[in-house]
Design a protein around this ligand. Structure first.
Ligand code: GTA
Length: 326
């Protein structure tokens, strides 16, 4: 998301989370994020396994005095074609220990071979900060009644802005990254590399298909009426990934999240060998299964209870607790 600095804004202000709020469509703003002006507030989460750290900072300089930001720093997978360069062009190789035929070193690569993928959410709301904070999670089993009485009113009153989705659909952002598009206003979609993929290697391939129509929030809205759209996404999406990246459909995980973070229907395409965040059984619903379920029962997702995990301090979790459903 290439957003430039914005005026000072309090964390409590979440007007852009509400429907009808001022859109963030200045998607092409060119100024880079003022990293040097960031004052680290706290580490929200770190993962030694994923080699990633999630930070909450405050921009202190003139470009955003007192404005919150979330920064995700992540070491990227090795790129096979750059390994020879890494071995040849290293700046320093420092012996750590040697024992018989065994030894370990600190290898210092040149800057162009030591990229850290950096994701910035700026200005970040309290909801963004909470999203990345490590917290206990609880499973909730949502019936259709729970959805209509608890979840739907909640997501209608507050959810993350989907302006970034509209920016992609309207080609105000990421237009040069589009991998495939079907222009049909009802059954069409746009396939782009996901935010989380730097496109340098295929091991962690991650694309996202965004539907053109704006009336579908999530799995819960889907009926047999949407089968042509879903089949287009599966067939054309898989074909496009094979054509562009040489990855066969049998090596892809194509799924929807329930609950998603962003309530504009979208489908995730990830490399099967990559354990993408959110690909677990409590959140991912394979698109092929969704299609079969709807073909068997047009109202499947208006009848079935769906299970998902919520963070302990998430407002939606409190709503389920208040209703005695969690
Ligand atoms: N191309 O501007 C965007 C953009 N945004 C704002 C979000 N996405 C975008 N893609 C493009 N441009 O896969 C992508 C997200 C996500 C999808 C939305 O849209 O990357 P969702 O609605 O189901 O929400 O999918 P989800 O999966 O919760 O969102 P997200 O942000 O992926 O968070 C899930 C968990 O993944 C987080 O709690 C965190 O644990 C982890 N995570 C998030 N971002 C990163 C990251 N950059 N690196 C590592 N882990 C991450």
């Amino acid at each position: 998301m290439a957003e430039g600095p914005r005026p000072k804004r309090r964390r409590e202000e979440e007007e852009d989370e509400k429907p009808g709020a001022a859109p963030h469509d200045g998607a092409a703003a060119a100024a880079p994020f003022p990293l040097a002006e960031l004052r680290l507030q706290r580490v929200l989460r770190e993962s030694a396994r994923d080699k990633a750290v999630f930070l909450h900072g405050e921009v202190t300089g003139p470009s955003g005095e007192g404005t919150d930001a979330v920064i995700i720093l992540e070491k990227t997978p090795f790129q096979e074609e750059k390994l020879s360069d890494l071995l040849k062009k290293h700046v320093k190789l420092e012996l750590q220990m040697r024992n018989d035929i065994y030894s370990t070193y600190h290898l210092y690569p040149p800057p162009e071979l030591s990229e850290i993928k950096t994701t910035v959410v700026f200005p970040a709301t309290e909801k963004h900060i909470q999203k990345y904070l490590r917290q206990d999670v609880h499973l909730v089993r949502e019936t259709w009644e729970d959805y209509t009485q608890i979840t739907l009113p909640f997501i209608q009153s507050q959810s993350f802005s989907v302006q970034w989705v509209y920016n992609i659909l309207e080609k105000k952002a990421e237009a040069d990254r589009i991998v495939h598009e079907n222009p049909d206003p009802c059954d069409g979609f746009v396939l782009v590399p996901d935010f989380k993929w730097n496109q340098n290697q295929l091991d962690d391939l991650y694309l996202i298909a965004l539907v053109r129509r704006r009336d579908l929030k999530s799995l819960r809205d889907l009926t047999a009426e949407h089968l042509p759209l879903l089949r287009n996404i599966l067939r054309e999406g898989e074909e496009a990934v094979t054509k562009r990246f040489g990855i066969a459909p049998s090596r892809l995980r194509v799924y929807l999240h329930y609950q998603p973070s962003y309530y504009h229907l979208h489908v995730h395409f990830t490399a099967l060998g990559y354990e993408a965040p959110g690909s677990g059984v409590e959140r991912a619903h394979l698109l092929a299964d969704v299609i079969d379920n709807l073909a068997a029962d047009p109202a499947f997702y208006q009848k079935r209870a769906l299970t998902f995990a919520l963070r302990a301090d998430e407002p939606l979790f409190h709503k389920f607790r208040e209703a005695g459903r969690a």
